[in-house]
Design a protein around this ligand. Sequence first.
Ligand code: AOS
Ligand code: ZN
Ligand code: ZN
Length: 388
Amino acid sequence: MTAPTTVPGALDGLAIEVPSWAYGNSGTRFKVFGTPGTPRTVQEKIQDAAKVHELTGLAPSVALHIPWDRVEDYAALGDYAEGLGVRLGTINSNTFQDDVYKFGSLTSSDESVRRRAVEHHLECIEVMDATGSRDLKVWLADGTNYPGQDDIRGRQDRLAESLAEIYARLGEGQRLVLEYKFFEPAFYHTDVPDWGTSYAQTLALGEKAFVCLDTGHHAPGTNIEFIVAQLLRLGKLGSFDFNSRFYADDDLIVGAADPFQLFRIMVEVVRGGGLEPGSGVALMLDQCHNLEEKIPGQIRSVLNVQEMTLRALLLDRAALEDAQRSRDVLAANAVFMDAFYTDVRPALAAWREERGLPADPMAAYAASGYQKLINDTRTGGTQAGWGA
Ligand code: AOS
Ligand code: ZN
Ligand code: ZN
């Protein structure tokens, strides 16, 4: 396919939510490197997220994490975000950092622990009431390390009960998205390990509950685009946590490790109507920038999603269907690959300029002086990080 000169209108609606924690310091269990300019407060994280949106036009909302982003007045925080041109998005709960949750949270057989975990989620919904956020995202670290350690069936039943209580508290227009992950921190069994479990649990809850698909949460070799197609078909794909991985849950820049996989996923998102207005599919990043600078890391990420989305939109579906109908395996594959290999960067640069955005947001960030400004001014206090 020759490079396109125009961009389909569907791209205009593309919005990618950025996570507040991407702007804080993160690392591995071996080391967290500090960096100059790192936000000390949630407000500073929002400033950085707003810069990503200002330069790309792609990231109008910021996901918060409770308790890392806890403040007294969430409505005021929402106003603050709006003043910077972004809004507060998904609220992420956290039942994975307190000692009390060592053996589980929403699945715990200790009623007082389970109560505390449920109450935490109810608090998160109160935050959503104040911020106007639509989605509560639940990711659980619950699981066991050894066969026989606990009754895996009983844990599933308690999970269903806990989720039902949380779900019942959701208000009008609010949703619960349940994220799955096949291992880590638990190594033998995880209580929400796969899309099937998340689907079964959210189906039982009702129409305001959906599956969250984190692209890093599958065994190597898993056909993720198939899961995307299936969940869209079932009307249960609520959101993505985009990132990329070479080995496990690496949380690297989306599209960095395997751009072709991101393309294949976006083809199924487009095919399943996930980009259409009101589709209810939230595209989010769930990434950490351990080595690279965080703001350009986020800019690169949203641009990668935009590039692969445009390539997916350019797929010649009529030609593909013709080839599929005539059982021409190689022709069908060629049509598919043709879209993937299309260089959309010049068309996107023009698209940005038409909208008053910088043609090259990475270069614009480097030239903006913002990094120097935050390096110089964000001194004292404590840098925010994973868990802070
Ligand atoms: C954990 O592996 C998950 O990907 C979570 O979505 C996320 O990283 C965490 O909940 C941050 O809140
Ligand atoms: Zn995630
Ligand atoms: Zn993860």
